[in-house]
Design a protein around this ligand. Structure first.
Ligand code: AMP
Length: 250
């Protein structure tokens, strides 16, 4: 698995921060973003990345990009991960933890990092502590994005993305100008495999059962910042910054 994973990480990961940026950042934040699928974590990750210049590490993006590889180029671990993802189930902890542990460059980024979609189980959260301790690092905060279930379902069922350039659309709030085709590159606009109704049901149940316990886990660690979503991304972003400032005193 090691070699294939290394290649995958080099190829797809995860736009690292701009280490040569001249814009100073007041402090580095090492953050976990929690929240059910569809709450808008990805959008918040983009805004936070822009603000802090931190490295954004999305385990979902890593597994999705592995799907475009030929079967013979995939390590057994990645092939297993893709099967789980296709069903909307969680990839086994040992595979995910190995993927994240390999992301040394992102985890040690001097501008901090945003973990998006990891950890998703208490076992992963414990493993993350160990990985960070090996680099003498700690989390600064865990942002928990909350949105009522009906709104989550509406957001996910309308979500689409361009099959070529990956730009995202929404059938209610951000339709492509020509129905079914990307504004940017004219390629077909599609629904993510794991946004299909059956997979979404499984993902939400899995979130409630396996990931929601992390809210208490991180509350006990004194790291939890709860952020109510449901308004515009900018409002949610302002709430995120406010919550972070309150928790960290920065
Ligand atoms: P996401 O884009 O974060 O919703 O992730 C898409 C899919 O990738 C999930 O439904 C899981 O199948 C898999 N996945 C991503 N991150 C993890 C994780 N930390 N643990 C287990 N499975 C994951």
């Amino acid at each position: 698995m090691e070699a294939a994973l290394g290649t995958l990480l080099r190829e797809t990961l995860v736009e690292g921060c701009d280490r040569h940026a001249d814009r100073p950042v007041r402090r580095a934040y090492r953050l976990v973003l929690l929240g059910a699928p569809g709450v808008g974590k990805g959008t918040q990750a983009e805004l936070l990345k822009e603000r802090f210049r931190a490295c954004h590490l999305s385990t979902g993006d890593i597994f999705r990009s592995a799907r475009h590889k030929l079967a013979e180029d995939l390590s057994p671990g990645m092939a297993t991960a893709i099967e789980f993802m296709h069903r909307g189930e969680l990839v086994p902890d040992d595979i995910v933890v190995r993927v994240v542990a390999e992301c040394t460059e992102q985890l040690t980024c001097p501008y901090g990092f945003l973990l998006d979609g990891f950890p998703r189980t208490v076992a992963q959260a414990e493993a993350l502590k160990g990985i960070l301790a090996r680099h003498a690092l700690k989390l600064d905060a865990v942002l928990d994005y909350e949105l009522p279930r009906e709104q989550v379902l509406r957001r996910i069922s309308g979500r689409r993305l361009c099959s070529k350039c990956g730009i995202s659309y929404h059938m209610e709030s951000r339709r492509p100008k020509v129905s079914g085709f990307c504004d940017n590159c004219d390629a077909p606009v599609i629904q993510r495999d794991d946004d299909r109704e059956e997979a979404v049901r499984v993902r939400l149940e899995t979130y409630a059962k396996r990931t929601a316990p992390l809210i208490d886990f991180y509350r006990r660690e004194g790291l939890l910042v709860t952020v109510q979503c449901g308004e515009t991304p900018d409002v949610t972003f302002a709430r995120s910054l406010e919550g972070l400032a309150k928790l960290t005193g920065a």
